[in-house]
Design a protein around this ligand. Structure first.
Ligand SMILES: Cc1cc2nc3c(=O)[nH]c(=O)nc-3n(C[C@H](O)[C@H](O)[C@H](O)COP(=O)(O)OP(=O)(O)OC[C@H]3O[C@@H](n4cnc5c(N)ncnc54)[C@H](O)[C@@H]3O)c2cc1C
Length: 372
């Protein structure tokens, strides 16, 4: 009998898993809480690394489609200080795919969704509980009262995973406070900001503060504000005026990015799991991506989620008769791969929001590089 695989969460990790399983003729259903692919903005750009995100897309048979959608010019990045002086300016070779080309998250998610049969994703299915069945597998209960059964449950349900509680009680810790703003149609409405940001990423780095901006493929700019987690209460950051106060004294050319925001900011806490978090194997269930190893956001999370998916799919495809052994092998390899990456992410995050961030970042960028 074919095993029934349920994937909770249709983000980049869950969809990559479903796609690679589909290529191996292993059916899986993705249960996604959102109502449709366009229910929510998917955020800014991601750079996909050759050894993780791009490798997973190759195993998904989507490398060519990725190249047609990617924006290698988005790799251009600049780091400025609060006075607007350029500290670092990296310009990629024109048209080069040798590095870490950027792609809009929406385009990447659409690419994965388009590669799956329509019935592979069950929209409007928010998992609220998974109960073990006496003979193995789980009964899944969804918001609104539906239920479904599965033999193998994969939690790809992100930072606040419901499936995680079946395996670990690891608590999340606060990493930073972040607020975001969007600016649409910048070439026409704010050409000076289009020029300031360029085709890729801009980071303006001060003492324990970052004002960042990212050019998107839809003609807009996504602006991010990052502060240490204990710097301000979220409720004090719900207006553009409040954000401008945080960057008081900064060059007005830079803070114009805040003033130009189309809507009030949406502040939130960024959280992470402790580096090295792991769990004891339990038959029939596992985690991938942020559900497994939520890390400070320094450019690895989506890449590692996609690589988790590729490795789990390969393990299940190699041994479809024994999913328990496949999951155990996947978990051991994933824990070993993620631990140093999670430690590095925590170090880089602390550096980026330190009082001496500008000096530290320049030193970091001149000897290595992180993602966006
Ligand atoms: C500000 C910021 C910038 C970042 N930049 C980068 C970057 O440049 N590069 C990079 O590699 N990573 C980056 N990351 C990290 C990256 O976004 C995540 O690691 C990645 O999205 C994780 O993918 P995932 O599939 O595990 O989870 P998600 O993308 O969070 O997907 C989870 C999915 O599960 C669904 N879901 C949640 N709960 C349920 C439920 N109960 N039932 C059903 N469905 C559910 C959600 O709706 C969602 O679709 C960044 C993160 C942040 C916060």
């Amino acid at each position: 009998m074919t095993m029934r695989i349920a994937i909770a969460g249709g983000g980049l990790g869950g969809l990559t898993l479903a796609r690679i399983l589909h290529r191996h003729d292993i059916p899986a259903v993705v249960y996604e809480r959102e109502a449709s692919r366009s229910a929510r903005s998917q955020g800014g750009m991601l750079d996909l690394h050759p050894e993780s995100g791009q490798r997973a897309l190759a195993e998904a048979g989507l490398a060519d489609r990725f190249r047609s959608q990617a924006r290698p010019e988005g790799e251009e990045h600049r780091i400025l200080d609060p006075a607007g002086r350029t500290l670092v300016h990296h310009v990629p070779r024109p048209g080069s795919f040798s590095g870490r080309p950027e792609i809009d998250r929406r385009a990447l998610r659409d690419l994965l969704l388009d590669s799956l049969p329509g019935e592979a994703v069950a929209w409007r299915h928010r998992l609220v509980a998974a109960q073990p069945r006496p003979g193995g597998g789980f009964t899944l209960r969804f918001d609104g009262g539906h239920s479904a059964g599965c033999d193998v449950l994969v939690g790809a349900d992100g930072a606040r995973s419901v499936v995680r509680s079946l395996l670990t009680d690891a608590a999340l810790y606060p990493v930073a406070t972040r607020a975001e703003l969007s600016i649409g149609d910048v070439d026409r409405r704010h050409p000076e900001l289009a020029e300031l940001v360029g085709p890729g990423n801009l980071w303006c780095v001060g003492a324990s503060r970052i004002l960042s901006a990212q050019r998107l493929g839809d003609g807009g700019i996504r602006v991010g504000i990052s502060l240490p987690a204990d710097d301000r209460h979220l409720d004090t950051l719900r207006s553009k005026r409040a954000l401008l106060d945080v960057f008081d004294g900064w060059e007005p050319r830079l803070t114009a990015l805040i003033e130009a925001g189309d809507d009030p900011p949406t502040p939130h806490r960024v959280e992470a799991m402790p580096a090295g978090a792991r769990w004891t194997h339990r038959p029939g269930v596992t985690l991938l991506g942020d559900a497994a190893h939520l890390m400070p956001p320094v450019g690895e999370g989506a890449n590692q989620a996609m690589l988790d998916a590729a490795e789990l799919a390969a393990a299940l495809a190699a041994d479809p008769a024994d999913p328990g052994s496949a999951i155990r092998a996947y978990e051991e390899a994933m824990f070993a791969r993620i631990h140093p990456i999670a430690e590095m992410s925590a170090r880089v995050q602390a550096m980026m929001l330190s009082p001496t961030a500008a000096d530290d970042i320049v030193r970091f960028f001149t000897k290595g590089s992180t993602g966006s």
